[in-house]
Design a protein around this ligand. Sequence first.
Ligand code: NAI
Length: 264
Amino acid sequence: MKGLHGKKALVTGSSTGIGEAIAIRLAQEGVDVAINYRRSEDAARQTQQKAHAAHPDVQTLLVQADVSNEEAVSAMFDAVFEAFGGLDILVNNAGFQIAGASHEIAVDQFARVIATNLTGAFMCAQRALQHFMAENKAGNIINVSSVHQIIPKPRFVGYSASKGGLQNLTRSLALEYAPHGIRVNGIGPGATVTPINKAWADDPEKRANVESHIPMGRVGYPEEMAAAVAFLCSDEAAYITGQTLYIDGGLTLYPDFRTSWSSE
Ligand code: NAI
């Protein structure tokens, strides 16, 4: 895609799922990719191998860091700058969710989800922006949000609040840094087959139930999310900033309104 070849990217939480697909897709486009992981170096190595298989000439780097920890984020960016000599693209993908009735969950469970999904994204964005500003560089930030940035998610209140927050993080940063040519966008995946969805993805009955709620009648795949990320940080999207592109098979289209139950 236009303008991607030779760029340098950091993708958080990219040893699995959507993040892995993004790292591989960017590598395929000729982008050097830093693969952040929290726990499993083995899984990150597998992503690295797939990235090299996609494009043998790109540089890759494995960087361990918990993005909810400010010192770890700082050390991760130092390692990326040292290895790559700079950065053009940050993809804030790391995220997780905790289920539980909102009146029963521990405040700490809420706080931990916010710390990774929202504060982690902010801390990474801040380091990237400092670099873009210092180098006078038209960098790109992509936040991997969710359809749940606009659709409420009962029993996942921390997740829902974190993704709602990501929407305004995207929009606020986009507005603040637009004069510098820095673009900030998001993607909003719908139900996507990844480890976060083990509970239904491998169970045909539960999966059929999930798919029955999606207008296009099927779940999404990590590669479909990665294609949108590649587009948004390419020069094809040079005039797009502050937007979240939903990749959800129509899930955000109020599927209940498929039939005109509200009027004759
Ligand atoms: P996943 O569980 O495979 O990926 C999440 C990754 O983030 C994992 O590799 C995990 O180790 C990493 N991670 C979690 N906390 C971290 C931390 N503190 N520091 C560093 N890394 C951390 O699941 P998936 O689906 O690939 O999720 C990726 C993103 O996509 C998440 O932000 C998720 O909220 C979002 N998303 C996923 C959807 C889906 O249906 N799979 C739908 C909408 C959004």
